[in-house]
Design a protein around this ligand. Sequence first.
Ligand SMILES: [Zn+2]
Length: 96
Amino acid sequence: MNLFLYSHGISIANHRRDGMIHYRCPACAARSRFNLIEQHAKPIKIDVNTGELTLLEQLDPFHLPYNGPERRVQCATCGLIEDEIRFIKMAETDQL
Ligand SMILES: [Zn+2]
């Protein structure tokens, strides 16, 4: 099993009783070819007067840290991009 599979929390852990992962595209139902998109958020600050962009080492009190999904998935058959959870949920529905 690949390392990234461990890092995603309960829904995936529950889904993978057999130690494997299952995706199904919500749009075209493809099940085997995907592009994994790892999301690494970089906090920035923009000076509204000059347009200067600064990459922040440290967040100020008004800056919410990124709390979106750590991974998105693109279906390599139809090109749809969604959060990974949607592909997992589609696969789960499939098995009911
Ligand atoms: Zn698709």
